[in-house]
Structures are given as structure tokens and as C-alpha cells.
Design a protein around this ligand. Structure first.
Ligand code: SAH
Ligand code: DHB
Ligand code: MG
Length: 224
């Protein structure tokens, strides 16, 4: 087993079950053209988010970390006609690139991009939100992941699914003495889940075209 086989199998699966259309390939191209980091979810993970959204009949979705809107487009496509997705992005340039990609995908009506630091936007969102979210995807900066998860719980109801990207980081989470703030951030979240009675949670380890990583999948039971 090596990375090459993981990548080849990833493409085998995405060719079968998660082919990208032009709006998605244009989005990947825009990341390249605009010198942004190629850290979008993979096509298979985009499809996986759709499966999870459909399984909880998600109508209201929140995303932290938009980048160019690649994951946003996958998720918005799994919304019903009257569904809505709010995505938070700190970088104005990323938000502008995403706005164009979302428009190009014909999804502007369903998607609202809010520009600012997630940690500052989330309290406003809590104050404004009358209806909780059905599905929350956390994929912004890693150091505050545990705080983001607590905010996500405040925006949830029993049955809400919370998914957090990049919580294994090529196994670097095993290093208890790490000084990497990204790794420390996800370690703090992962460890907090052990005693969190509000959720039924697991971490799905992932390999594929992207680096070895993992996603938290947490189903909200009840909120204290
Ligand atoms: N979800 C995207 C990838 C997101 S990459 C996809 O899969 O297609 C992470 C994004 O989070 C970057 O665009 C980065 O600018 C943004 N980000 C970083 N720190 C942030 C913060 N404090 N608040 C909101 N967004 C942030
Ligand atoms: C990084 C962030 C991501 O959201 C991702 O999917 C991969 C890497 C990063 O900041 O290193
Ligand atoms: Mg990510």
C-alpha cells in the first residue's frame, strides 16, 4: 500500500460517483489563477458532505472557511429549493473569488458569504438565528477549533450534524509534545469530544488524492 494507490482509488471513486462539472473544475482553476492554497475538500469529500446533509434532511447549513467556494458548491447543491447556506470567510480576496464561483454555479440565491473572523461573526449569528442549523461544516483556521465547536453547538438542535475537517493532519495529532498550533487546535477539539455528552461523535480517518487526514462527525443529542 502506498500513497499512489490511495490517489488512484480516490480517482476511481470520484470518476464513478463524484465527477466534477465545469463549475467545480473552474473553481479549482480559480484557486490556481489567484494563487490561493489548494486546500479545498476533494471531490469525494464533497460528495460525502452531500450524503451526510441528505441523511439529516439539511435545509439550513453553516460553513466556517469558504476559500473559493468548492465545498460550498457541493453542499449548496444538496439543499432543497428553499434551503440556505451561510459561509464565513475572513479573507476578502477569497470571499470575492468564491462569490464569482458560486454565481457561476448558479447558487447565489442559496448562499450567503459573510466576511470577517469566524470568532467575531459567530456571536452575531447566534443573536440573529431564530432557527438552528441542520448541518455545520467547520473548515476555517485550526487553532480555535474547540471554540468553533462550542459555538456550533449553540447554533444546533438535536439531530444537527457537525463535521470538522482536518483533525488528523497526517497523524501529527499523535504527537503530545507538538508545538504546531494547528495540530494543538485539533487535538484540543478531539479530546474535548471524549467527555462531551451533547454529541455522539467519531473521527473518520481519510486517505486519498489529498494528504492523510480525518473528519470529526458529531451528531447532536441534546444541548445543555
Ligand atoms: N471549505 C473550503 C476550504 C477552506 S480553507 C473548501 O473545502 O473548499 C480555510 C479557509 O478559512 C481559508 O479561505 C481561510 O482564509 C479561512 N479562514 C482562516 N481563518 C479564518 C477565520 N478566523 N475566520 C473565518 N475564516 C477563516
Ligand atoms: C489546511 C487547511 C485545510 O482546511 C485543509 O483542508 C488542509 C490544510 C491548512 O491550513 O494547513
Ligand atoms: Mg479543510
Amino acid at each position: 500500500m502506498n500513497e499512489d494507490i490511495f490517489s488512484q482509488v480516490d480517482h476511481y471513486i470520484s470518476d464513478l460517483l463524484a465527477p466534477e462539472d465545469k463549475a467545480l473544475t473552474d473553481t479549482i482553476q480559480s484557486i490556481h489563477n489567484e494563487n490561493m492554497p489548494q486546500i479545498s475538500v476533494s471531490a469525494n469529500h464533497g460528495k460525502f458532505l452531500q450524503v451526510l446533509m441528505r441523511s439529516c434532511k439539511a435545509k439550513r447549513v453553516l460553513e466556517l472557511g469558504t476559500l473559493a467556494g468548492y465545498s460550498t458548491i457541493w453542499m449548496a447543491r444538496a439543499l432543497p429549493e428553499d434551503g440556505k447556506l451561510i459561509t464565513l470567510e475572513v479573507d476578502k480576496h477569497h470571499a470575492e473569488v468564491a462569490r464569482k464561483n458560486i454565481e457561476n454555479a448558479g447558487l447565489s440565491k442559496k448562499v450567503e458569504i459573510r466576511i470577517g473572523k469566524a470568532i467575531e461573526l459567530l456571536p452575531d449569528l447566534i443573536a440573529q438565528t431564530k432557527q438552528p442549523f441542520d448541518f455545520i461544516f467547520i473548515d476555517a483556521d485550526k487553532p480555535p477549533y474547540a471554540a468553533y465547536f462550542d459555538y456550533a453547538l449553540k447554533l444546533s438542535k438535536p439531530g444537527t450534524l457537525i463535521v470538522c475537517d482536518n483533525v488528523i493532519r497526517e497523524g501529527k495529532v499523535l504527537d503530545r509534545n507538538t508545538t504546531d498550533e494547528k495540530v494543538k487546535g485539533v487535538q484540543k477539539l478531539n479530546e474535548s469530544l471524549r467527555d462531551n455528552k451533547s454529541v455522539t461523535a467519531t473521527i473518520l480517518q481519510t486517505v486519498g488524492a489529498k494528504e492523510h487526514d480525518g473528519m470529526v462527525i458529531a451528531l447532536v443529542n441534546n444541548i445543555d
